[in-house]
Design a protein around this ligand. Structure first.
Ligand SMILES: Nc1ncnc2c1ncn2[C@@H]1O[C@H](COP(=O)(O)OP(=O)(O)OP(=O)(O)O)[C@@H](O)[C@H]1O
Ligand SMILES: [Mg+2]
Length: 466
């Protein structure tokens, strides 16, 4: 039952609202002043407060402030006399849900109350859901708060509970397997097995018997019958890693399982039904492979029901510090070291590196740094050479005149372009920040950025807008 507190100095109004709200099924308490209301509000367990603004003693705005302080989620509806709408506006600024002007319509009050409680309930559910999601992702240690990663996480959350086949694509080391595990962990299959197999690592015959099992004596060396991974994963999830590396013969076999959800052991005659969710990953461009006829189109459509594209690390540089610290904590613990920081200079190098090996490369760099470091912070000295030297060497600029002289304008232009590019990288593409780093006005920054083609079209306002 929702608990409602009514605060009004007029007994008539308190009684009217009490009767009305009790009839609506709420548990009602009433207070005749802000002072008396304090005790109720302080407990922080109210679902709704209805409060008159002008009362002798402290005003209703005090009750509002107190309620917001003790439980910001509790909606507060203000009642005001016609003459004091100014304080009603003030109340909205302080976080009141709505206000009603006396004399109000009883039906109107009912609706406002219902809406306020409904909104509170939705917000509450939303928060609980978010918390639950965070915990789930935390268990999987999927780190990232960049927009690209938030998109990935939202999609994972949405599809995890379903049985849909998912294709996870992305460069090597971007976290494809981690996401596959997160999908499994967020599904009703979580207590059943998650089985992962690298389809590119085995020759056809072995892969087939790994996936589907074999009967005794089905080939030389098959001394006993063996369950395949599809059977092992029954009720759970199978993760077909590097699916782009499978041979045409294997592709037909996989297509059959996906279509019929039945398997036959190598050498066997009987078919068995399997209840397995299939997740697949690839770091190749399967669409292109389909066009080149290196990957079956029908299999592609079976797998690509939902696709999650994992961003490369260079596409989400804002996640680098968070990931670096995540791995720092992980490896300090593993190696029993007390390294809690990354020096500013070292962090800058990490942020500037291009990370062709993506998150896995970053993880390796931090692991190595933790192993090598003797101080209490990761410094540039313990970073690997590629990271330390920066992926982009500085261009050469002449600092003295050669015999033939120089074209000063051209050199200045080159210098400006060089610094603007670097500023854009440091500012992660935020133009105002980059301009600030260079002491340039935003107008002139824009002018030259367009000239040098430095603007990311995805961040630019669409034509016709702005
Ligand atoms: N968002 C992330 N948060 C924390 N760790 C991550 C994240 N992304 C990747 N990792 C870590 O990086 C390493 C590589 O991730 P994973 O094995 O999932 O990548 P992959 O895309 O499957 O790579 P490959 O294509 O080479 O198989 C793992 O140790 C993983 O835990
Ligand atoms: Mg992988």
């Amino acid at each position: 039952m929702d608990r409602v507190l009514i605060v009004d100095d007029e007994k008539g109004m308190r009684d009217l609202l009490s009767i009305l709200l009790k009839k609506e099924g709420y548990a009602v308490a009433a207070a005749e002043s802000a002072e008396k209301a304090r005790e109720h509000v302080g407990r922080g367990d109210l679902d709704l407060v209805i409060c008159d603004i002008s009362m002798p003693g402290a005003s209703g705005l005090e009750v509002l402030k107190q309620s917001k302080a003790s439980n910001p989620e509790t909606p507060v509806i203000m009642i005001t006399a016609y003459a004091s709408t100014e304080s009603a506006v003030e109340a909205l600024k302080l976080g009141a849900y709505d206000y009603l002007i006396k004399p109000f319509d009883v039906e109107e009050m009912k609706i406002v109350v219902r809406n306020a409680l409904e909104k509170r309930r939705l917000e509450h559910e939303n928060r609980a859901l978010k918390r639950e999601l965070k915990e789930k992702f935390h268990a999987q240690e999927l780190v990232g708060e960049s927009p690209r990663m938030e998109e990935v996480m939202a999609l994972v959350a949405k599809i995890a509970p379903t049985n849909s086949t998912v294709l996870i694509s992305g460069e090597s080391g971007t976290g494809k397997e981690l996401v596959a595990r997160a999908i499994h962990a967020g599904s009703p299959r979580q207590s059943r097995p998650f089985v992962s197999i690298n389809c590119g690592a085995l020759p056809d015959e072995l892969l087939e018997s790994e996936l589907f099992g074999h009967t005794r004596g089905s080939f030389t060396g098959a001394l006993t019958a063996k369950k395949g991974l599809f059977e092992v994963a029954d009720g759970g999830t199978i993760f077909l890693d590097e699916i782009g590396d499978t041979s045409p013969a294997m592709q037909i076999k996989l297509l059959r399982v996906l279509q019929e959800r039945r398997i036959r052991r190598v050498g066997g005659t009987e078919e068995a039904e399997v209840n397995v969710r299939v997740l697949a990953a690839t770091n190749q461009d399967l669409e292109q492979m389909v066009r080149d006829r290196r990957f079956r189109e029908d299999l592609y459509y079976r797998i690509n029901v939902i696709q999650i594209r994992m961003p490369a690390l260079r596409e989400k540089p804002e996640d680098i510090p968070r990931l670096a610290l995540h791995f720092l904590v992980k490896y300090s613990r593993v190696m029993g070291k007390k390294i809690a920081r990354i020096s500013e200079e070292a962090m800058r190098r990490l942020e500037e590196h291009a990370w062709p090996g993506n998150v896995r490369e970053l993880e390796n760099v931090i692991e190595r740094a933790v192993a090598l470091e003797n101080s209490d912070a990761v410094t540039t000295e313990s970073l690997s050479r590629e990271v330390r030297s920066g992926a982009r060497p500085s261009p050469e600029f002449p600092v003295s005149l050669s015999d033939g002289g120089i074209d000063l304008e051209t050199q200045l232009e080159r210098l400006r372009q060089h610094f603007m590019e670097e500023a854009m990288r440091r500012a992660h593409g935020v133009q105002t920040k980059a301009a600030e780093l260079l002491g340039m006005s935003f107008r002139s920054f824009r002018y030259f950025a367009k000239k040098y083609n430095l603007l990311d079209p995805r961040r630019e306002p669409r034509a016709g807008v702005g």
